[in-house]
Design a protein. Structure first.
Length: 328
């Protein structure tokens, strides 16, 4: 039995969303409202300039950040956010991904790599998680933007999908839908609702994801090419008002989750335990819970989750989890 001690590094933030550790050991943190800070070893919060303008509304705003695998040499920092457009008097938003050079507490040399179309008026289901695999491919999650009846099952839009790109946003030639007419070539998997956790499995090299279900039916999935994860055709959840939108929990050609949560824990942020600081936890999958305000330890054997343990109960709406350079 491990005793886990909780320490506060920084307080006074409102909605911290994404975080990443720099080679120096300092931490970058995004605030959903549109600010980014560097937290240094004296625990000072230094504001970062050059952050992209965001549509801060509902679940939208400044979201995730990730370093390029070769950041020490090329200084590329990847930033996801809800992008804004005005059309015909309506303010529309979509999930976007840009990369910037990060140095001297400034973001410069912006390259916009991705825009998730169609843009819409909804303020929810942006997803926005960023993860690199061991080969240096860039994975990016986009939520269904609340258009459940149209988006996730069609390969002609970006929504309700996990996308795979080269580090410069270009299309890997072995992506599953390359060369198909009118199909979005960045799509790697589809049938997702709102995947707010992506993590690289330390040994298999696979990308694991979790996503918000409706009322019940949050899922953990292992992401594989051209797989349909079923939303909204199959689900273990119901509508928030208690009505049923599907009676099917499985269907031929649609993948089953390796774990689902009923009731929903509202998972956000994910990582694997890759250090020796927690004996017996090596390789386990950690997910934050927004709803129940704890860190959820999923005990992993191979490609299965065999047991769960809630940690740090009552800590607050846990948006993200990372392993620090010190192994904690």
């Amino acid at each position: 039995l491990l005793t886990v001690e909780l320490d506060t590094i920084v307080s006074g933030m409102v909605q911290p969303w994404g975080m990443v550790f720099l080679p120096s050991g300092d931490m970058l943190v995004t605030e959903q409202s549109g600010e980014m800070y560097r937290i240094d070893e004296e625990l000072n919060m230094i504001p970062i300039s050059g952050v992209p303008k965001v549509r801060y509304n509902g679940q939208g705003g400044l979201l995730d950040i990730e370093l390029h695998p070769d950041f020490e040499n090329n200084e590329w920092l990847y930033v996801s956010y809800s992008d804004m457009k005005v059309e015909g008097g309506d303010t529309l938003a979509g999930t976007a991904l840009s990369r910037f050079k990060f140095a001297n507490d400034q973001l410069t040399h912006e390259e916009k790599l991705f825009e998730g179309h169609p843009y819409g008026t909804s303020g929810s289901h942006f997803a926005g998680r960023i993860e690199f695999d061991k080969e240096g491919y860039l994975f990016f999650s986009v939520g269904d933007r609340r258009k459940e009846n149209e988006n996730p099952q069609f390969l002609t839009n970006h929504c309700g999908k996990i996308h795979r790109m080269m580090d410069d946003g270009s299309i890997p030639p072995d992506n599953p839908y390359v060369g198909q007419d009118s199909v979005i070539a960045t799509i790697y998997s589809y049938g997702h609702r709102n995947p707010q956790g992506l993590a690289l499995h330390p040994t298999s090299g696979q990308i694991w994801a979790h996503e918000h279900g409706p009322r019940g039916g949050d899922e953990v999935n292992i992401i594989r090419p051209a797989i349909n994860y079923g939303w909204p055709v199959i689900s273990y959840g119901i509508e928030y008002d208690g009505t049923t939108f599907t009676n099917e929990v499985e269907k031929e050609g649609m993948e089953q989750p390796i774990l689902y949560w009923v009731p929903s824990i509202a998972p956000s942020g994910a990582t694997f335990v890759t250090t020796d600081k927690y004996p017996g936890w090596e390789g386990d999958f950690l997910a934050g819970s927004l709803r129940f305000k704890y860190l959820n330890r999923c005990i992993v054997e191979g490609d299965k989750i065999i047991r769960e343990e809630p940690l740090l109960k009552g800590v607050g709406r846990l948006r993200n989890v990372r392993i620090g350079p010190d192994g904690y």
